[in-house]
Design a protein around this ligand. Structure first.
Ligand SMILES: CC(C)(COP(=O)(O)OP(=O)(O)OC[C@H]1O[C@@H](n2cnc3c(N)ncnc32)[C@H](O)[C@@H]1OP(=O)(O)O)[C@@H](O)C(=O)NCCC(=O)NCCS
Length: 152
């Protein structure tokens, strides 16, 4: 995707590994984002390499104000780390980031995607519902760590 601007002068473009330090700062200041060792620069570099063209950032006046990451397994898309800086919220930035991801996944043949939301993240839950994403009540998630790193 080429960079694209919205009416408010927010620029949207694909995330690069060189954005890592800035997006980490954004993720750290946003409630509702869980960060693990897999979010290190090497972890994100691997992720972006495996899922080229599916993660995006929003920037305004050279500052990153939004991010979203997506990947897929050939069948389903998975969205992670949607975050918008407090000062840029409620202007449609997150909605635009999600649309970019959904379109990019669609271009790769992926028409159904999932997102994990912390149960106590009322804002995040309201956001996804407002976009028409359906909360699943018939599924619970199980996780397993292969090794002894509890922060893997
Ligand atoms: C959730 C978040 C990404 C929304 O970003 P945003 O850019 O403000 O969202 P948008 O402006 O695109 O909002 C789109 C719609 O979501 C809904 N929405 C957004 N924030 C909301 C809130 N705090 N409460 C209720 N609904 C909300 C609204 O319906 C809104 O549409 P409207 O403006 O036409 O009413 C942002 O609040 C954030 O970064 N939160 C912290 C991190 C987080 O929780 N990420 C999600 C993890 S899954």
């Amino acid at each position: 995707m080429n960079a694209t601007d919205d009416a408010r002068g927010v620029n949207y473009r694909c995330m690069q590994i060189s954005d890592h330090a800035a997006v980490m700062r954004l993720w750290r200041e946003c409630e509702g984002i869980s960060l693990r060792d897999a979010d290190s620069a090497s972890g994100i570099e691997k992720y972006l390499g495996r899922n080229s063209g599916l993660s995006f950032i929003a920037e305004q006046e050279a500052h990153i104000v939004g991010s979203i990451m997506a990947g897929h397994d050939g069948k389903r898309g998975y969205i992670q780390h949607l975050a918008v800086a407090v000062q840029a919220r409620n202007r449609g930035v997150a909605g635009r980031l999600v649309a970019l991801c959904v379109d990019a996944l669609g271009a790769q043949g992926i028409v159904k995607s999932h997102v994990h939301v912390l149960a106590n993240n009322a804002t995040g839950r309201a956001f996804w519902s407002s976009l028409g994403w359906v909360q699943r009540s018939e599924i619970v998630m199980y996780s397993f760590i292969n090794g002894d790193n509890e922060n893997a």
